[in-house]
Every structure is written in C-alpha cells, then in structure tokens.
Design a binder for this molecule. Sequence first.
Ligand code: SME
Length: 131
Amino acid sequence: MDNKLQELCEFLKEQVPYYDWVGFYFRNGSKEELKLGPYAGAPTDHTIIPFGKGICGQVAVSNTNFVVPDVAAQDNYIACSITVKAEIVVPLFVDGKNIGQIDIDSNTPDPFTAADERFLEFVTAEVAKIL
Ligand code: SME
C-alpha cells in the first residue's frame, strides 16, 4: 500500500509543475495527531502534527479542504521549507470518517484553484477505496 501511495505522490509531483511537495498524513492510531505517510519532495521534520496545529492539524478537525494562497498570511502554519509559498490540504474519508489527508506545497504563489480541489477530492476518494 505504501508503495502505491509513494508512486502516486511522485507521479503527482512530476505531472503538475506547481506541486513541489506531495504527501499523505494519517491519523496516528487513536491519538489526536497526524503521522507522516508516503511523500515526494524534500524531507520534513514534521513527521507528527498534533490535531489543530498547522494547516494539516486544522484539517484533521475541520474535515474540510484548506487552500492557502499565501502561507505568510497564516498564523497557524507550520513551515517545512522557506521556498514554500502556498499549500492545499484535502481530507481523506473512509466510511465518512476523516482518517488522513493529502498535503501539497507549492513554491508558486497562489497556484491552487477549485480545479485542484475537485481533482484532489477525486484522488483521495480513489485512495480511500484501496486502503
Ligand atoms: N505546512 C504544513 C505542515 C506540513 S509540511 O507542509 C510538509 C502545516 O502547516 O500543517
């Protein structure tokens, strides 16, 4: 499973020019925290993110997409790299439960549109089928 997700991350990063870091975070057992799963891009120190912290942690509790056109304008943001300008996080639901998310960082300012949201909702729904 992790291999497939790893390939998916690499594929998305290669195919979409403004997808510079693509990764999955999943709920860490029954803990109120996210754990980093497969990803493509620069290694990150943020392998565990408490619920509520950063963009990812907020999506863990909000259950909704979070599009950040300018990360510098966010108070509750966890920086992974100084090159990152924008971020999108889309939750992943299995049987209606938010069990994780896909997280994409971009070095391009304000690159994400509704089309990215619809596309990544499709991707997370497809991933949910094989988890
Ligand atoms: N920026 C994220 C942290 C994860 S890194 O982007 C890989 C956040 O604020 O939750």
